[in-house]
Design a protein around this ligand. Structure first.
Ligand SMILES: Cc1cc2nc3c(=O)[nH]c(=O)nc-3n(C[C@H](O)[C@H](O)[C@H](O)COP(=O)(O)OP(=O)(O)OC[C@H]3O[C@@H](n4cnc5c(N)ncnc54)[C@H](O)[C@@H]3O)c2cc1C
Length: 374
């Protein structure tokens, strides 16, 4: 008997899961809230690690396409002092393919390929143990039943309450994101400052990071420690007011660095939330979580990588289990996922403390010592 499998969310976790199942001729229903693949900007760039994200793409059969699209030169990383002095200027070697960058939108399209997504499906609740399976409720009042529901629906997962009462907490750090377009022609100085990859500047309890995506697009993240209620204002329509607040917050930093904020057009507030390190739950038959839904952590280059690999690994395990009940497979997968995610959650949580903390020398030390967990 073929099991009815649904994955909620068409982000990195959900699409990797669906694509690998598709590769093994296993049907899966992908339920995504967005009304289509390009309706909202996909966001900036992601570096995919050899043993994580790239391994997942290999399992999905799209590693060669990734290699053709990705930007190994985007691994370059420059660190400046707040006065603009260059403290580190690291460039990858010609054959370094450890962590090439790819735009989020390109990654999505790569994984989508032949995968059939049901767009515009807003899931509100997942109810296990209904007798005939796991019931999925939609915002328009419909319900649908599956044998296995995989929650890959991100930080504010509607699937998570079916297995865990835990909700994300504020980390104490807020990021305000802005971007620059066509940087090579419109802002050549900032293009040089950012280089082929990223530039980061660390001050006391604040940091400014700029990352180049393809097509001359640069995303800028201003990060700072602040109480949640001061900086979560949703109204970022007044870009001038947000820019002025940021320039005041980073007052005294070198003018070329502040130009990254001066030339930013739109601003988006992103208070950084996380689930507790080593978040686990008592296994619930028929429901599981992947990616941020399972282990939201500070954005230090791991979340999308873990999400991709988990999606690919769970799909492979289910395919290998054949047509039997996948519940034991899911249970064993969860144990592996929890152990690996806990290592990364510990690493990224400690990393955020050092990168946006009272002693900027700690950020530099982290860059010099970095030994990410496997
Ligand atoms: C500023 C920033 C920078 C980052 N940089 C990096 C990086 O460089 N490298 C890295 O590895 N990670 C990075 N991350 C983390 C990474 O973005 C996430 O860990 C990753 O996107 C998680 O993938 P996911 O598939 O679990 O969830 P998501 O990417 O959040 O995808 C969830 C999907 O589910 C859909 N969805 C949500 N709710 C519902 C619902 N109720 N019904 C139906 N669909 C729903 C959403 O529309 C979305 O498509 C960064 C994060 C941030 C905030």
């Amino acid at each position: 008997m073929r099991h009815r499998i649904a994955v909620i969310g068409g982000g990195p976790a959900g699409l990797a899961f669906a694509r690998v199942l598709h590769r093994h001729d296993r049907p899966v229903t992908v339920l995504e809230r967005e009304s289509g693949p390009g309706v909202r900007p996909a966001g900036g760039t992601l570096d995919l690690h050899e043993g994580l994200g790239q391994l997942a793409l290999d399992k999905a059969g799209v590693l060669a396409e990734f290699r053709a699209l990705s930007r190994p030169e985007g691994q370059a990383m420059r660190i400046l002092d707040t006065d603009g002095t260059v403290l580190r200027d690291w460039r990858p070697g010609p054959d370094d393919r450890a962590n090439p960058e790819i735009d989020r939108g390109q990654l999505r399209d790569l994984l989508l390929g032949p995968v059939d997504v049901r767009w515009g499906e807003h899931v509100t609740k997942v109810v296990p143990g209904t007798g005939d399976g796991v019931r999925v409720h939609f915002a328009d009042g419909r319900e649908e039943t599956f044998d296995l529901v995989v929650g890959a629906d991100g930080a504010w997962s509607r699937t998570r309450p079916a297995v865990s009462a835990v909700t994300p907490h504020y980390t104490g750090v807020t990021a305000v994101e802005t971007s620059l377009d066509d940087v090579d022609t419109r802002h050549p100085d900032l293009a040089r400052l950012t280089g082929d990859g990223s530039v980061a500047v660390y001050g006391v309890n604040r940091a400014l990071v700029a990352q180049r995506s393809s097509g001359g697009h640069v995303k800028v993240y201003a990060q700072f420690r602040a109480p949640l209620d001061r900086h979560t204002e949703r109204d970022t329509a007044d870009a001038g007011a947000v820019r002025s607040r940021l320039l005041a917050l980073f007052d005294g930093w070198a003018a070329p660095v502040l130009d990254l904020l001066r030339h930013g057009t739109e601003f988006v507030h992103r208070p950084l939330y996380a689930l507790p390190v080593a978040h686990t739950w008592t296994h619930v038959p028929g429901v599981t979580l992947l990616g941020d839904a399972a282990h939201l952590m500070p954005p230090l280059g791991a979340g999308a990588n873990l999400a991709l690999l988990e999606g690919a690994e769970l799909a492979e395990s289910i395919a290998a289990a054949g047509s039997g009940d996948p519940d034991e497979t899911v249970r064993a997968f969860e144990e592996r996922m929890w152990a690996r995610a806990a290592r990364w959650a510990g690493f990224t949580t400690a990393g955020l403390e050092r990168l946006v903390g009272p002693d900027p020398a700690e950020a530099l030390a982290l860059f010099d010592q970095v030994q990410p967990p496997g």
